[in-house]
Design a protein around this ligand. Sequence first.
Ligand code: TXA
Ligand code: MG
Length: 343
Amino acid sequence: MSMQTEFLIWNEEATDQFAQYIQAGEVVAFPTETVYGLGADATNPEAVEKIFSAKGRPADNPLIVHVVSTEQIARYVTEISPDAKKLIEAFMPGPLTVVLPSNGKISTQVTAGLDTIGVRIPDHPAAQELIRKAGLPVAAPSANLSGKPSPTSAIHVFQDLNGKIKAILDGGSTGVGLESTVVDCTGDQPEIIRPGGVTQLEIEEVLGYPIEITSVAIAEHEPKSPGMKYTHYQPDVPLVLIDGDKDFFQAKIDHYRANGQKVGVLASEELATTLSADQIHMCGTIENIATIANQLYQSLRAFKQTEVDLILAEVFPTDGLGQAIMNRLYKAADRIETEENDR
Ligand code: TXA
Ligand code: MG
């Protein structure tokens, strides 16, 4: 189904309009502090259904419910454990999603039939005003076509979803640039099921003990979060991770170019400035890993099939936000090439 997609710059009037769209069961894209979301009334099954069809998202992958207050979270769950409460108090509003036992008031389309819900309070004034004005919990996945890198600007949403959704609210580029950290709080101890904008260390500091994280690298485990089992974050061009120093990286570039391929490079400023290739996208500095998180998806989207045949990407350090960055890159990658393997 094709429709005219409205594109509005975020202001009070636009927010009022978007709140009405949500109340009317329409699907709209809006900025959050992590990535753009594709929102609909979480209590309206038909509205939620439209999110899945616009994105081409498998129906068994649940959506995060966006709200504006802890009181509002309490309305949709049977229980908030003491640890979950600590995490909510410490990190919300912010890039954290907690999975809690559902009380059944949120549509089963949103939860993909699970008896739990993922819920978060976004830390962005446009998202908060929109949810507050709509007066509803808003179900919202990232506003990309399923399988593509998440959108960090309204233009990315337009590229993926123009003609498929009611409207896009342009609030500029998002800050964090990666999705929220998803923490399952329904078991004995909280467990990270998707690394994201809040780091493992920050969470452990609040809880006061070390916790488990599932599937940090290539998903070898049984998927716990249903979202883990699908291809994700894929650029238009195959991506190969290169694990080695700058000489190894340049040798890989030269090898592929000698085979007649046009090579794109995705690397930090530090590495990129030492390399030569057909196209190079610098995505921030190792000195400040948040800059890499912020620019990662935009850089992945920048490579075009018409210009390069493959992307060679840096393996970043996995401390702090690096954990979430490498989680996304492993999922986006076809394979990894290491110095070890070449010996
Ligand atoms: O930062 C974000 O989280 C963004 C913005 C828009 O809020 N949203 C986002 O949504 O990344 P999405 O749908 O792209 O990813 C949601 C993730 C998926 O991996 C999904 O499986 C998991 O959260 N999830 C949601 N509800 C869950 C539940 N009840 N149990 C387990 N995992 C859940
Ligand atoms: Mg997503």
